[in-house]
Ligand binder design. Structure first.
Ligand code: GLY
Length: 380
């Protein structure tokens, strides 16, 4: 793109939420431009994420409105992946095998008991398993496992999902530009004017609607005067990838670590939660911690090849809930703040925000996540 472009919608951010939204809007016949400041995936949290779709395993961390949203997201995932495969010709690696949350000692058992209580309160099902039953399902689990919960939490491969989304956007007539940094955003009559810097040029994009979907970087775009800035911070997560013989079929978690197996022999081990700003270093201490905790539950990983140490930045708003909706009561929207749930919530965020943008219809599921909640706080 050079000079001046006019589109219906400009999505600022080419992570999994921005891509899912770009696809959804293009499928609904909008002219869509998705702008990503780096290469797609280069700094996206989803590119590092393990891809657990885990409303039941992570329920004790979440607001009940987020649980409802996550359950609806979970229900639509298989069909969403199937549609994505039809459009793109690419498989997103959805795997419905399920999740085992295992205990290695009595403190873990107490945590599992508490988690199971939360799950029952929220109407989620989880099956209690003895150590023997857990090992029947996953024979490579450590002898030290003393009990487990089995949930229907599934997984997807976020890297494959993003590749499929890129292809699906193109197939639907949308345009994705990488290396395109938005340096200014102003209201210009009925449209928004975005100044977009490329490596060697600058261009202006006029869009009737704009969506800020830049993950942990979403609050960096300077907004038109009078709008609240989002209280966004990055929460660093370190993740390790190993590869070799496939040791487990289920996602396996303890309260200290999770292990997510892929069909191709990759095993993703995560993740730390660190308040370190945008510190992108993999650190020896945290990598050692993840590998140690992972080996305690699955000793066989010692023989696997260490292939990658990665760092992602979860986009966290002050209340740890997403912000989905209009920022200015008109055509400027946000879809960000998905914190630990971006991969899971991307498809439903795209679908329900597209309903708002194309039909003016706000589903009750996203009503609690209005960005207006920060405007109220700012003016109070
Ligand atoms: N949802 C997994 C994580 O944020 O580490």
């Amino acid at each position: 793109m050079t000079g001046r472009a006019v589109v219906d919608v400009c999505v600022v951010g080419g992570g999994i939420v921005g891509l899912a939204l770009g696809r959804e809007l293009a499928l609904r016949g909008r002219s869509v431009l998705v702008l990503e400041s780096r290469r797609v995936g280069e700094r996206s949290a989803a590119n590092v994420a393990a891809g657990m779709l885990a409303p039941a395993s992570e329920v004790d961390l979440s607001d009940s409105r987020l649980t409802e949203f996550a359950l609806a997201a979970h229900a639509m995932y298989p069909e969403w992946c199937a549609a994505l495969a039809r459009e793109s010709g690419l498989d997103a690696g959805f795997d419905p095998t399920g999740t085992l949350i295992v205990a290695l000692h009595h403190d873990h058992l107490a945590l599992l008991e508490r988690l199971n209580e939360f799950q029952r309160e929220r109407g989620l099902t989880a099956e209690r398993l003895s150590a023997a039953s857990a090992r029947e399902l996953e024979p490579c689990l450590a002898p030290g496992v003393i009990g487990a919960l089995r949930t229907d939490d599934t997984q997807v491969d976020p890297r494959r999902a993003m590749r499929a989304l890129v292809a699906a956007i193109a197939a639907a007539g949308g345009v994705l530009e990488d290396g395109a940094e938005v340096s200014a955003l102003v209201r210009d009559g009925d449209t928004y004017a975005l100044t977009v810097r490329h490596r060697e040029s600058e261009a202006t994009v006029h869009a009737s609607q704009v969506v800020l979907a830049g993950g942990a970087w979403s609050a960096r775009v300077a907004l038109p005067a009078g709008l609240p800035s989002l209280p966004m911070r990055p929460v660093k997560g370190q993740v390790v990838r190993v590869r070799g013989e496939r040791l487990i079929g289920h996602v396996v978690r303890t309260p200290d670590v999770y292990l997510v197996p892929r069909a191709d022999g990759e095993l993703v081990i995560g993740a730390t939660m660190e308040e370190m700003g945008f510190d992108a270093r993999s650190t020896a201490g945290m990598v050692e911690h993840l590998l140690r905790e992972a080996q305690r539950v699955l000793p066989g990983i010692a023989e696997l090849e260490l292939t990658e140490c990665g760092v992602g930045f979860r986009p966290a708003l002050r209340d740890h809930l997403p912000a989905i909706g209009s920022l200015d009561g008109a055509g400027l929207f946000v879809a960000t703040g998905h914190f630990r749930n971006g991969v899971e919530l991307a498809p439903i965020t795209a679908q329900l925000l597209a309903d708002v943008m194309c039909e003016g219809r706000t589903d009750p599921l996203i009503a609690p996540f209005t960005p207006a909640r920060f405007a109220t706080v700012a003016s109070a």
